[in-house]
Design a protein around this ligand. Structure first.
Ligand SMILES: Cc1cc2nc3c(=O)[nH]c(=O)nc-3n(C[C@H](O)[C@H](O)[C@H](O)COP(=O)(O)O)c2cc1C
Length: 304
């Protein structure tokens, strides 16, 4: 295997592949299946100030090229994360990097979770979910330029750890939102979260998802994710994490060429839990075949 390690956010990632937030629990859920610690890293399920049961079922269903979900940020909450989830991460994820995904409804919610975790060890930094389309109420920070600026600034003041803002594609120009994050002190961006969508059962004439609408993910959104990554990477000087629709090494390589330093895989892991290690192996084969000595040679190497 070619050495796929790279330095991002002041840390070493042994390879560029991470499991996406909300699709791998807190890492432990995959531990009997794949060697999670051999991946570049994981992003935890969103952590909110308090434990949440989430939305009523049905919460997920398949779509023609992926899936739609409306989980409603079901999670163990800040204290539950510290007590029930972090010890396993600290014990078992020694080589893989861990980002804690944070969600909330107000600036205080986000800052409270970050400040509540700052003293803990066992994770690198935060991925801030400003783009959850599935929860009613609160500010949609990801689509409001002023609110996003205030949030990123407040978070920057609350931690010296890497601060990565996960953007929604549901805006006219994601580059504007990328620039706002950079101007207010973010260390990186994740592009993208899911697209809002809906599936209707024509027999019952009801929406299939209990919450009516949800977020669409999987292969259907691959070109949009690659596009958003390209736009973000060309507009700011921050490392970008590419997300959306990755199923194989070629998909992941598209993100690298578009300018992503790291890549996350979500939906594809529900289809085949060996996807992530296979993508790592596939990138390594590609590098060997094409004489790529270091993974960094591929980042943003799109021929214009
Ligand atoms: C069931 C499910 C739950 C998710 N939960 C979260 C979450 O808690 N926080 C978040 O930022 N993104 C969440 N996401 C979005 C994913 O992290 C990812 O951005 C999206 O699914 C696109 O990647 P994919 O096509 O590889 O799945 C969730 C996605 C799915 C399918």
């Amino acid at each position: 295997m070619v050495d796929l390690s790279l330095q991002v956010f002041g840390a070493t990632f042994q390879n560029p592949i991470l499991l996406a937030s909300g699709t791998c629990g807190y890492g432990q859920e995959y531990s009997g299946v794949i060697d999670v610690d051999a991946l570049g890293g994981i992003v935890t399920k969103a952590v909110t100030p308090k434990r949440r049961r989430g939305n009523l079922p049905t919460r997920i269903t398949e779509t023609p090229a992926g899936m739609i979900n409306s989980i409603g940020l079901a999670n163990v909450g800040l204290e539950g994360f510290k007590r029930e989830k972090l010890p396993w991460i600290q014990e078992n994820l020694r080589s893989a990097q861990v980002l804690v995904n944070v969600a909330g409804w107000t600036v205080e919610d986000f800052v409270g979770v970050v400040e509540g975790l700052n003293e803990e060890v066992g994770f690198l930094g935060y991925e801030i979910n400003v783009s959850c389309p599935n929860v009613k109420g609160g500010t949609l920070f990801g689509t409001d330029e002023k609110a996003l600026a205030v949030l990123v600034k407040a978070l920057r003041e609350s931690t010296s750890r890497p601060l990565i803002i996960k953007l929604t594609p549901n805006v006219p120009d994601i580059g504007v939102f990328a620039e706002i994050c950079e101007a207010n002190g973010a260390d990186g961006l994740s592009t993208i979260n899911t697209f809002p969508g809906m599936v209707i059962d024509v027999d019952t004439r009801r929406a299939v998802i209990g919450n009516e609408t949800g977020g669409v993910s999987g292969p259907a959104i691959l070109p949009m994710g690659v596009y958003a990554t390209r736009v973000a990477a060309t507009r700011v000087d921050l490392p970008v994490i590419g997300i959306g629709g990755v199923r194989n090494a070629k998909d992941a390589l598209q993100y690298l060429l578009a300018g992503a330093s790291l890549i996350q895989i979500g939906t594809a892991m529900f289809v085949d839990p060996f996807t992530a290690p296979e993508v790592v192996a596939g990138i390594s084969e590609f590098c060997e075949k094409h004489g790529v000595g270091e993974i960094s040679e591929l980042i943003g190497a799109l021929e214009a």
